[in-house]
Write a protein that binds this ligand. Structure first.
Ligand code: PLP
Length: 401
């Protein structure tokens, strides 16, 4: 599209936009079953539009918002067993993970640094390593889809600078044995980053609901930083990721002085400069409004729907779950059909699910209602029936994980 010469009335532009955006999926339709984002909470929505002009890149101009960000970090730090944690609300899990690896690199001062990550880690680590000139060493998983700790130990070498563990993997919501990783990190003087981009807003509340939750946070002395994203299970508007560092010294490793700003000289420990203050204010409002009680209620609802979904899937011939869910993430596989065909048929029926190698991922986010699950199950049954009808002698492709 070429930028036209003439100005257009706002009404015309809004109408045009409405038409163009009609093709987008919406959370309210209940068809988005494969995203780790959800519809922002009404209070966050209201606050976000009210404070659009706030820029935390120039924190001297906005001391009020700067204070709110500190309070958020304190609240999230408390949730993750370290009220003295320091950090920022950033653009998302990708920026948070990149900042963690950057801190690890700057603290180690090693050339040719290597970072050990599980194969289940999010692709943002590959991206970050490429930018930072680090080498990623990927290790396999155990039978519970957690990182194989013995394999981590085997891959340690003098160039290793950091280890990554995931608390809520992207594909299956699994929690790695962070306690063991913490011990390895301490014994070998290595940086340990925990990616709880999704799980950070789930695991503390599951614990509140008396689920058995392994230690994954700053309780473990080897943990140097944690990613925790409000724009996933925190119900915040995008962009709102979170990076928490155990202490100020670690954060300092990625702090950069910016001398020229209108608000006076400042330090930025984020990848971006100008950044949304509205995002931060929205997260603050959400945390204050929902509190532990509110998030516990939301997670409880998501988990109840997750168990119902799992029960229903178990009743469909040819389909099975990959592993018992740890959180509201369900992996679906088949020994009978090619799971990619199932995903294809689901897409034809309008479902936005995620396809991983060997399985379909469903994330039961807060915008999902029981009616949506019922509809999804009905479609899944039809698809399983359709794919199950074999022509004589036909061998069906078998998928595996
Ligand atoms: C565990 C994990 N870490 C990091 C990310 C990246 O987050 P973002 O897309 O907000 O950059 C994701 C995204 O789903 C994730 O699941």
């Amino acid at each position: 599209m070429k930028l036209q010469n003439k100005s257009l009335p706002q009404k015309t532009v809004l109408k045009e936009l409405e038409l163009k955006l009609k093709k987008d999926f919406t959370f309210t339709s209940g068809k988005i079953l494969g995203s780790m984002c959800s519809e922002p909470h009404p209070i966050a929505r209201r606050v976000y539009v009210r404070y659009l002009e706030k820029n935390l890149g120039d924190s001297g101009l906005f001391p009020g918002v700067t204070e709110l960000e500190k309070e958020i970090v304190q609240m999230l730090g408390t949730l993750l067993s370290n009220p003295a944690a320091t950090g920022h609300i950033v653009t998302g899990g990708t920026e948070a993970n990149t900042l963690a690896l950057w801190a690890a690199k700057r603290l180690s001062k090693k050339k040719n640094g290597e970072v050990i990550i599980p194969v289940s880690a999010h692709c943002s680590f590959d991206k970050a390593a490429d930018i930072l000139g680090l080498k990623i060493v990927k290790v396999g998983l155990n039978s519970k889809f957690q990182v194989d700790v013995a394999a981590v130990k085997k891959r340690l070498n003098p160039n290793t600078i950091a280890i990554v563990g995931v608390a809520g993997t992207t594909g299956l919501g699994v929690v790695d044995p962070i306690k063991e990783l913490s011990e390895i990190a301490l014994e070998n003087n290595l940086y340990l980053h925990v990616d709880a981009a999704f799980g950070g807003f789930v695991l503390p509340f599951l614990r509140e609901l008396s689920y058995s939750v392994p230690d994954f946070d700053f309780t473990l002395p080897g943990v140097c930083s944690i990613t925790i994203d409000p724009h996933k299970m925190g119900l915040a508007p995008i962009p709102a990721g979170g990076i928490l560092f155990r202490n100020e010294e670690i954060k300092k490793a990625v702090a950069w002085k910016v001398p020229y700003l209108a608000g006076g000289e400042t330090e930025q420990a984020t990848l971006v400069g100008t950044r949304s203050g509205a995002s931060v204010i929205a997260v603050w409002a959400l945390l204050r409004h929902l509190g532990v009680e509110g998030y516990r209620r939301i997670i409880n609802r998501c988990m109840r729907l997750t168990w119902k979904l799992v029960d229903e899937i178990k009743g469909i011939e040819g389909l099975e779950i990959v592993t018992e869910p740890v959180m509201n993430v369900v992996g679906l596989k088949s020994k009978v059909f090619d799971i990619r065909k199932v995903a294809h048929e689901l897409r034809i029926k309008g479902w936005a699910i995620s396809l991983f190698p060997g399985h379909i991922r469903v994330v039961v986010m807060p915008h999902i209602r029981w009616g949506h699950i019922e509809h999804f199950i009905k479609d899944l049954k039809e698809i399983a029936k359709k794919l199950g009808v074999r022509k004589e002698g036909e061998v069906l492709a078998v998928s595996s994980i």
